[in-house]
Design a protein around this ligand. Structure first.
Ligand SMILES: O=C(O)c1ccccc1NCC(=O)[C@H](O)[C@H](O)COP(=O)(O)O
Length: 271
């Protein structure tokens, strides 16, 4: 029996095979579009553990978090006002209830860097991401062959996108160099079983490459979960932001705790 990730990636490969728009036509005029602010710089400049707040209407593991017609603009604007350093937008429709139009609308309403979070297996999706207003695209190590990581990352960089390379295991870290990743994300959710291991990010932190920004992903339910992620530049939070009745207050509390966990560490180091 196939696992969840294999099923989702197979869907995206089938979709790419049916896509009849050419790379060349999507490339036309792209260099005239102003690049968005950098995700890597925003993470590295953040005073503490920067919060990347996510817009995902549903997930395959948990079902719907909000009504299917929930507007992206209001929510990401609240994330920005609350001090998030970047926004992540899920653009997969069948599994996450998102669209590329959501990302485009988010880009029209916030100044923050925006990550296109999807299961990208085809270079044309990179061009669409850039056109829609993404700063960075997610490449998932477990979903791609090493040569695909290298070639997709090469195209992304050529068109002015940053690469967020997502890993789960230390064995996938060599792909970060291959991709010249701008940000390395450690996803604490096993995408084959959906199980979250809240120690996973901490275990691999010391081995992450020094040049890339370091992002912990998944499984953060609230401010108290941030203490275990000290040492990362940022944390990507989806469900907790989406379930929030008051997204501003929820993200604000996460941002404040994200800043103070680093202050706590500096205090401990100085005594
Ligand atoms: O969210 C899921 O259930 C999921 C299932 C399979 C593949 C990917 C999945 N999510 C994408 C993400 O990586 C998360 O949305 C992101 O890291 C935030 O996670 P969380 O804060 O736990 O919602």
């Amino acid at each position: 029996m196939a696992d969840y990730l294999t099923d989702i990636v197979a869907y995206h490969r089938r979709r790419a095979a049916l896509d009849d728009e050419s790379f060349t036509s999507l490339l036309a005029g792209l260099d005239a579009i102003e690049p968005r602010p950098s995700l890597r710089s925003a993470l590295l400049a953040s005073a503490g553990l920067g919060v990347v707040a996510e817009f995902k209407r549903r997930s395959p593991s948990k079902g719907w978090f909000v009504e299917p017609e929930t507007d992206v603009a209001t929510r990401v604007s609240a994330y920005e006002r609350a001090g998030a350093v970047a926004v992540s937008v899920l653009t997969d429709t069948p599994h996450f209830g998102g669209t590329l139009a959501d990302l485009e609308r988010a880009a029209q309403h916030v100044e923050l860097p925006i990550v296109r979070k999807d299961f990208i297996v085809d270079a044309r999706e990179l061009l669409r991401a850039r056109r829609a207003g993404a700063s960075a695209v997610l490449l998932i190590a477990a979903a791609l062959q090493p040569e695909e990581v290298a070639s997709l990352a090469g195209v992304a960089h050529d068109v002015g996108l940053e690469v967020l390379l997502e890993i789960h295991e230390l064995s996938e870290l060599e792909l970060a160099e291959l991709a010249a990743a701008d940000v390395v994300g450690v996803n604490q959710r096993d995408l084959t079983s959906f199980r979250v291991d809240t120690d996973r990010a901490r275990r691999v932190l010391a081995a992450l490459p020094p040049g890339a920004a370091r992002l912990a992903e998944s499984g953060v339910r609230g401010p108290d979960d941030l203490a275990g992620l000290v040492g990362f530049d940022g944390v990507l939070i989806g469900e907790a932001c989406m379930r929030a009745r008051d997204p501003y207050a929820t993200v604000r509390a996460l941002v404040e705790r994200g800043a103070s966990v680093h202050q706590d560490l500096r205090h401990h180091e100085s005594v």
